[in-house]
Design a protein around this ligand. Structure first.
Ligand code: FUB
Ligand code: ZN
Length: 667
């Protein structure tokens, strides 16, 4: 057995922290998103998602009555943006982005995980009805993408670079597999299998087949998932084909008609198709695309034992983590192309750090872990999860960040065009609504990132409380985990399964902790490898292992090559990064300089009815001269007065209205 994520069914969450998040997604986010997908939220940008499926379903029904749906092409290009309704035929138009279908796919995936965590007949009924609407839109060939079904099937697969059909297929498949695993219902899965078979009949290395590949990756990892659930090797082969074809010269996309590339760099760098993936060693281009590709590469490398491909994954991992990762677990230094910038270019106030990109980074990290258990991957997974991913959602689950900056001056967001992408408060929804439903599927499946299992070992990557059941040679090992994460590092694991089950427990020792204390019953032995403590022996009911991973406030500085952060420090405690917000410290955060050598104190603050820990750091604040001395004046030693800065968890910022925020503080 490989090392794969645990089934959500084998995990009962008791974790105060994550259970709350998962419940928030179940009770607030999923119903809210369903209303959004049906354009029922007043004042929010309409989604058009289910509307498009309904229109496509109606067209398919009409065409079935008339005969072949390939007749009468309807194609007219309407651009990516939502257009005002055509007064003559409003009901027949596709609205929204070309990948609008994927909003449903992510939603159904979140629903699936939520049903596994918490069965809910009403939600399942709503999901089944939604699936009926989606499946009714499927073309008789198996093709299922409303943009082309509505606009004209004669143009399918003619713009693989930009038009996201294979992306929509990938998301639909991920959702379908999850829904099948949650409910045993095959309707959506069978629809995806038909779609996959259709794609497989069109693409591949056989003569006469199309040699194209997706402009926005995800189909690779989705096909692997479909392979794993069906056992059909063609899907793995197709995933590998897409991975291998990418970036080969002459470029496939040169034969498609495209607007000019807008992003600087080698041709097709934006899509990671500038050269074959095996020859790539720098994470480049659109950040979400990149990490979705690398996830698929890691999957294919694991399943095919392809070491060359795996080595490329490792080089790309190092490039991302050593040169292009924000301290908050965000990636994507520039809004131009929503992309990675050059190494060490990590601006704070113009950061992109898209929520989806950090989610994709987590997908990738877990896939790296599935092939190589090493704490360096889980450390990044944890960082991205507790900081940028959670920051993507308001504490009430009703509004969202797409971009996750590390420094905000609201006035600049409103008046400086270079920062228009940075919103000082979370938004109800977005015309391009990729992030909110991605957060929902991520959070509701978080136990599958916390724990993976191989034949005889349960791996605890994230210290998430709950009861985990693992089968070993037909016996049941059960571990009850209590955890103070992310606020304190006390973790206890009590064995509650059958006595003597030959199971190993591998617990990650977080990279941020030093001086941990671990107590293990005498009849168990422990050994350490790659940042994990492996415990084995004859487990007895009631055996308790206790860990204390000291979580203390720590000051960090960046590599000198991160020019933005020279002379600055950031503060983190355990996996949580902290920031200063105007609500606690008044305006003009930039006038402060913190004193990292001084002792800090800790307290609490209430934000939106919830209590959060604070770290209070000693600082000095520049005394401003009155009257002001003019825009420029001869240098004189500045005067500072004693001050303090109260820091809150980064992910909780912007829950008290528009205000300044800073992660990196001058020292
Ligand atoms: O292109 C589909 C999604 O929209 C991407 O993943 C996001 O970055 C946004 O551009
Ligand atoms: Zn997004």
């Amino acid at each position: 057995m490989d090392n794969t994520p645990i089934s959500l069914r084998n995990f009962k969450a008791t974790d105060g922290f994550w259970k709350n998040q998962m419940e928030l997604v179940r009770k607030e986010v999923i119903p809210y998103e369903w209303d959004m997908l049906n354009d029922r939220v007043e004042g929010a940008t309409p989604s058009f998602c289910m509307r498009n499926f309904r229109i496509a379903g109606k067209l398919m029904a009409e065409k079935r009555e008339k005969g072949s749906a390939f007749e009468e092409p309807l194609y007219t290009f309407r651009g990516f943006e939502a257009l005002p309704e055509d007064p003559e035929h409003p009901e027949d138009k596709f609205y929204g982005f070309v990948f609008q279908d994927s909003d449903f796919s992510k939603w159904i995936e979140a629903v699936a995980y939520s049903l596994m965590n918490h069965p809910d007949d009403e939600l399942e009924r709503t999901a089944d009805e939604a699936i009926d609407i989606v499946c009714a839109a499927q073309h008789e060939s198996g093709y299922l993408d409303t943009y082309y079904i509505i606009n004209g099937m004669d143009k399918i697969f003619t713009n693989l670079r930009d038009y996201h059909e294979l992306y929509c297929f990938g998301h639909l498949t991920e959702g379908a597999v999850a829904y099948y695993q949650a409910t045993g219902k095959r309707k959506l899965l069978d629809a995806c299998i038909r779609f996959a078979d259709y794609i497989d009949s069109c693409f591949g290395s056989d003569e006469g087949k199309c040699k194209g590949y997706p402009g926005h990756e995800i189909a690779e990892m989705a096909l692997v998932r479909l392979y794993e659930v069906t056992g059909e090797k063609r899907y793995l082969d197709l995933a590998r084909f897409f991975v291998d074809e990418r970036g080969k010269q002459p470029y496939y996309w040169d034969n498609e008609e495209h607007p000019e590339e807008k992003t600087p760099g080698e041709r097709y760098q934006y899509n990671q198709a500038h050269r074959p993936v095996r020859d790539q060693d720098e994470a480049v281009g659109h950040a979400v695309r990149a990490v979705y590709l690398y996830s698929g590469m890691a999957d294919v490398a694991r399943l095919t034992g392809d070491e060359e491909l795996w080595n490329a994954c490792c080089r790309l991992w190092d490039s991302t983590v050593r040169e292009k990762l924000y301290i908050t677990g965000g990636i994507g230094g520039t809004h131009i192309g929503e992309a990675f910038s050059f190494p060490f270019d990590l601006p704070n106030d113009t950061a992109y750090a898209e929520t989806c990109a950090s989610i994709g980074l987590i997908f990738w990290a877990r896939r790296m872990l599935e092939k190589e258990v090493h704490a360096k991957y889980a450390d990044v997974m944890e960082l991205a999860l507790y900081n940028t991913v959670l920051s993507g959602m308001n504490l009430d689950g009703k509004s969202f960040f797409y971009v996750n900056p590390l420094e905000v001056l609201p006035e600049a967001c409103h008046k400086d065009e270079r920062k228009f992408h940075v919103k000082p408060v979370r938004q109800k929804w977005f015309g391009c609504a990729c992030c909110p439903p991605n957060i929902a599927r991520m959070i509701s499946s978080v136990p599958a990132y916390a724990y993976t299992e191989s034949e005889d070992t349960l791996f605890m990557h994230l210290h998430m409380a709950g009861t985990v059941t693992k089968q070993v040679n037909g016996s049941e090992a059960v571990f009850a985990v209590e955890s103070g994460f992310p606020w304190n590092g006390k973790v206890t694991v009590t064995y509650e399964g059958e006595a003597g089950v030959p199971v190993k427990l591998a617990v990650r020792i977080p990279g941020w902790c030093s001086g941990r204390k671990i107590q293990v019953p005498e009849h168990l032995s422990g050994s350490e490898a790659n940042g994990y403590l492996y415990l084995e022996g004859t487990w007895q009911k009631g055996d308790t292992v206790s860990f204390e991973f000291p979580m203390i406030p720590r000051f960090f500085q960046a590599d000198d090559r991160v020019r933005e952060n020279i002379g600055k420090v950031a503060v983190a405690k355990g996996p949580v990064v902290y920031c200063a917000e105007e609500a606690d410290n008044g305006a003009n955060l930039h006038l402060h300089r913190v004193l990292p050598g001084e002792p800090v104190s800790e307290g609490t603050v209430t934000i939106a009815g919830q209590t959060f820990p604070t770290i209070v750091v000693k600082a000095e604040k520049k005394v401003q001269k009155t009257p002001a001395e003019g825009l420029y004046h001869e240098y004189q030693p500045e005067e500072y007065e004693a001050a303090e800065l109260t820091l809150i968890p980064y992910y909780a910022w912007a829950n008290r209205g528009e205000n300044e925020m800073m992660v990196w503080l001058r020292k």
